[in-house]
Design a protein around this ligand. Structure first.
Ligand SMILES: C[S@@+](CC[C@H](N)C(=O)[O-])C[C@H]1O[C@@H](n2cnc3c(N)ncnc32)[C@H](O)[C@@H]1O
Length: 382
């Protein structure tokens, strides 16, 4: 088995034309057109699954490699498509052995005109990419554009910052605590020819403040670890937003707002715990408006009620169990009990923007509550 458990990437080992050659090869094979036909707000691997057997044989193999975490034999039907991938071996993105090619647990998405390596969506995703990633991307174009300076907190493999760079922002700085994700973001930048505008600081949001002091940003975006997770449950850092879901968002606001330019905006989204009528994100945003004298819009998108046996506690148990050995698996009922003891009655999804707007002396916030229009399912759009 060649698949690597310890993944080490190196953006310096990617030849400058490698991304362009791969993009052209995937275009010729029909992969770009195929995946461009799936809405970016849906998971391509799920949407294309029912179609897969009706695709031409070469596309089936390419999808198996790029979308489904498979490995394929390099035969004549895909030789030309795979050839440019050989240049990614020393960067650790690809392994080729005995005529088989592997993506080392990664997927390669063709999205927003970018080639984008991230983890295969199998639940354990330290190199994360998901619908929440896209939910933030869809909110960016209104705020980013030519010449703007962007800060992308919790950048992961870099999707939001890379989209900003592609849209003409003059400089993008990612901040990412996981060194493997930070290096994968740099690889993604090189693959897309965006390295001149793009850098990543491998540090925590809190520790990034000293490196960034003196800088200002026109746009700060952040897709933080966002799941409300009671302290007694153990969840990996990529998703753990603390007991109320907004732990990392607190850091984002505290570190980010002082770095906004006079017309700058901070955009983020996430999930918040509700304790009866108290909503953690609402308290955080109203507190920030008062403290930093900014304007803010908070959109409450949807909510689920936490009950014994509900979809939320079942799916949290499933996710936690991915990391536990057989004897230690956690039951849904114990997960529910942890939320009950923490006093969490509901979880909601939200997005918000904060505007520095130093020119106005009246500072306000608005809250738009769409939750009543939705069924008991969490969603990123109304
Ligand atoms: C939900 S992922 C978002 C990744 C990417 N921006 C996206 O939307 O697909 C959250 C990322 O935040 C990183 N992270 C967690 N805590 C952090 C912290 N305190 N400072 C910086 N990054 C952090 C995680 O390693 C992870 O890559």
């Amino acid at each position: 088995m060649v698949q690597r458990l310890l993944r080490i990437f190196d953006h310096n080992a990617i030849p400058s034309a490698a991304g362009r050659k791969i993009f052209e090869a995937l275009e010729n094979a029909g992969y770009i057109d195929l995946t461009s036909s799936v809405s970016p707000t849906n998971d391509a691997s799920i949407e294309l699954l029912p179609l897969i057997r009706s695709l031409p044989a070469n596309l089936q193999k390419i999808c198996s490699l790029l979308l489904y975490g498979g490995n394929i034999v390099i035969d004549d039907s895909i030789l030309e498509t795979i050839e440019p991938f050989r240049e990614l071996q020393t960067a650790g993105l690809v392994t080729i052995e005995n005529d088989r090619i592997y993506l080392n647990g990664l997927c390669l998405y063709a999205i927003h005109g970018l080639l984008y390596f991230a983890d295969f969506p199998n639940g354990r995703q330290p190199l994360y990419y998901g619908t929440d990633s896209e939910a933030l991307v869809t909110r960016l174009p209104a705020y980013c554009g030519f010449g703007k300076r962007v800060l992308d907190y919790c950048s992961g493999p870099g999707i939001q910052g890379l989209v900003c760079a592609k849209m003409g922002c003059s400089s993008v700085t990612g901040v990412e605590i996981n060194p493997v994700a930070a290096e994968l973001a740099r690889c993604n930048a090189v693959l897309n020819g965006l390295e001149a505008q793009y850098r990543v600081l491998n540090t925590s949001i809190r520790d990034s403040s000293s490196a960034l002091s003196g800088d200002t940003f026109d746009l700060i975006c952040a897709n933080p670890p966002l799941l409300p997770v009671p302290a007694e449950l153990c969840y990996p850092i990529v998703g753990d937003g603390g007991e109320d879901g907004v732990d990392i968002t607190r850091d984002i606001i505290a570190a980010g707002v002082p770095l906004l330019s006079s017309t700058g905006h901070l955009l983020s989204l996430g999930m918040s715990a509700c304790y009866g009528s108290k909503i953690a994100i609402e308290e955080l945003i109203t507190g920030a408006v008062e403290r930093y004298k900014v304007n803010a819009n908070l959109i409450l998108l949807s909510e689920v009620v936490i009950k014994d046996g509900c979809e939320w506690t079942r799916s949290m148990a499933d996710s936690i169990n991915l990391y536990l050995v057989d004897d230690n698996k956690i039951q849904q009922s114990s997960v529910y009990e942890a939320y009950r003891k923490a006093g969490v009655s509901k979880v909601l999804s939200y997005s918000f923007s904060i505007a520095a707007d130093n020119e106005r002396d009246c500072h306000t916030h608005s809250i738009v509550d769409y939750r009543k229009a939705r069924s008991n399912v969490l969603s990123w759009w109304v």
